[in-house]
Design a protein around this ligand. Structure first.
Ligand code: NDP
Length: 333
């Protein structure tokens, strides 16, 4: 049995990850930590977790094999390093940290300790994105030329907190959503980005100098160019992911989401075909892969290194927006 401790009494754990852990055979959530004892107790009760604690030491000193970190972003580094020192496997939310240098430190620590470190880039687990990756790798669109990611949403009212007000907590749409888009582009294209040019905006929701919208242009090693749009303020935009190649196009709709929904259309000289794909819960699949990695079988669906890549990419996008210049992406891996 893998015994899990939750670091952070978060929305994402309550909505998706607790269920995903419990969906695994031989898996149990034994403890939850919140910085507030009252919130810890209430969260534990609400979610049927036996132990509620309010310090990291108490959580790491309890009977847990693995931790899931879903606190605000500035806390991930210190919490992950402490968990690794205590010999726990770590599934960490994105962005892994506030800087790619800190993310490197986490990856190196887990490696030295022989522990599994995963980044919760859930979209890699979507049947839609895996179907696109397979179609591209299988040559169904010929040579990939360009990609477009539409991932501008409306941040739900219950989440209009630290993401739009607290730069020191790692708020802003780039650390929130651009990291996912950078990772999903790498995954679907099977290619790595070399440079990015970005514009960001504050369109009325974010404060404190944070951005709530971004448009990025990416150049990949193979020569593919991609555009991505991330936002918190567009209520009616919908999401999508397109890859256009020499022999065909993949046009996916409603796929930049937490749920196993959406459609993927393949358009070629032969006409149009809807690709079929599995509709498994993204987080359940992520946890299955993570458990397998703990058992020595394969890797988490997104590794610590993948988290370094996505954070380096997001960092470069922020730097580009600030400087007005395109910025090279070098994860130093
Ligand atoms: P939340 O705002 O729900 O939780 C973050 C922290 O805020 C919690 O750890 C908690 O602190 C504190 N908090 C929560 N509710 C309250 C409250 N009512 N009053 C005071 N404090 C509160 O964040 P999310 O769940 O949206 O995000 C957490 C992490 O997960 C982030 O790193 C984010 O980037 C990532 N994320 C990833 C997603 C994915 O699909 N991969 C989706 C959404 C988020 P404490 O623990 O001390 O109680």
């Amino acid at each position: 049995t893998v015994k899990w401790g939750l670091i952070g009494a978060s929305t994402i754990a309550r909505q998706f990850v607790i269920n995903a852990i419990r969906a695994q055979p031989n898996s149990e959530i034994t403890a939850v930590m919140s910085s507030s004892p009252e919130r810890a107790a209430a969260y534990a009760k609400e979610n049927g977790i036996a132990l509620a604690v309010s310090t990291l030491d108490a959580l790491l000193g309890s009977d847990v094999d693995a931790v899931y970190i879903s606190t605000t972003n500035e806390l991930h580094l210190e919490q992950a390093l402490a968990a690794i020192r205590a010999g726990k496997h770590v599934l960490c939310e994105k962005p892994l940290a506030l800087t790619s240098a800190d993310a490197h430190t986490m990856v190196a620590a887990a490696k030295a300790a022989g522990l599994v470190l995963g980044t919760n880039h859930h979209l890699r687990n979507a049947g839609s994105h895996r179907a696109m990756r397979e179609a591209i790798a299988g040559g169904r669109i010929g040579k990939p030329i360009a990609a477009r990611v539409f991932h501008s949403v409306y941040l739900p009212e219950n989440l209009q907190g630290w993401r739009i007000t607290r730069p020191e907590a790692g708020g802003g749409v780039v650390l929130d959503i651009t990291v996912h888009d950078a990772d999903t582009l790498r995954f679907v294209l099977g290619d790595d980005p070399l440079e990015v040019s970005a514009f960001t905006q504050a369109a009325g929701m974010a404060s404190g100098g944070l951005e709530d919208g971004a448009m990025c242009i990416w150049r990949f090693k193979s020569g593919v160019i991609a555009q991505s749009h991330e936002g918190f303020t567009t209520k009616f935009a919908g999401t999508g992911f397109e890859v256009h190649g020499s022999e065909g196009s993949l046009i996916a709709k409603d796929v930049m989401t937490q749920r196993p929904i959406g459609s993927v259309l393949l358009r070629t000289a032969k006409g149009e075909e809807e690709l079929s794909f599995d509709r498994e819960d993204l987080y359940v699949r992520a946890l299955r892969q993570f458990h397998a990695a703990i058992a020595g079988e394969g890797q988490p669906s997104a590794t610590g290194e993948d988290g370094v890549w996505s954070l380096t990419s997001a960092e470069a996008a922020l730097q580009s927006a600030k400087s007005g210049k395109s910025v090279a992406i070098d994860p130093k891996l």
